[in-house]
Design a protein around this ligand. Structure first.
Ligand code: ZN
Length: 136
C-alpha cells in the first residue's frame, strides 16, 4: 500500500467543545477547522501536529458510527488514517490481499479527501482508513 505518512488519527469524544479546550489549553495545539460530515454523522475538529492531524470526532446522532463506538468503548482512539496515492488501485490491491473492505469505493471525507475504511477484523483490531488528497 506504501502510505506516505499518517494523515490523521481519529479520536472519538463526547463533547467537542470541551475536548478542543483540552487540546488547546493543555496540549497547546490550535484547532484550525471545525467541520460537520453529514455522511458519517459527526462533527470534527482538526489540529495539526507536523504533517499529521488529530481529528476529534463528536457524534451528531447516537445511531451513527461514533455514537455506537462511544456507547460500546467510551472515548478514545477510533481510527488511524494513512495517506495514499491512487486510492482506487490501493483498495483493489488490499482486497486482492484478502483485506476486508468496509468501503468498496472511496467516499467523501472531511477536508475534501477521498476516504475508505478497512475492516478492523482484517487489520489487527485497528479501524484503518486510507485517504487521498486529490488536490495534492
Ligand atoms: Zn478519519
Amino acid at each position: 500500500m506504501n502510505p506516505s505518512h499518517i494523515e490523521h488519527i481519529g479520536i472519538a469524544v463526547k463533547n467537542l467543545e470541551e475536548s478542543i479546550k483540552f487540546y488547546e489549553e493543555v496540549l497547546g495545539l490550535k484547532c484550525y477547522a471545525i467541520e460537520e460530515v453529514k455522511d458519517q454523522k459527526v462533527k470534527t475538529a482538526f489540529f495539526k501536529v507536523g504533517q499529521t492531524k488529530i481529528e476529534l470526532l463528536e457524534s451528531t446522532d447516537s445511531n451513527g458510527p461514533i455514537g455506537k463506538f462511544i456507547e460500546k468503548k467510551g472515548e478514545g482512539i477510533h481510527h488511524i488514517a494513512f495517506a495514499v496515492k491512487n486510492i482506487n488501485e490501493k483498495l483493489e490491491e488490499l482486497s486482492n490481499k484478502g483485506v476486508r473492505l468496509i468501503d468498496q469505493h472511496p467516499r467523501n471525507g472531511a477536508e475534501g479527501l477521498d476516504i475508505a475504511f478497512l475492516h478492523p477484523k482484517s487489520t489487527l483490531g485497528v479501524l484503518t482508513e486510507i485517504c487521498e488528497d486529490k488536490a495534492k
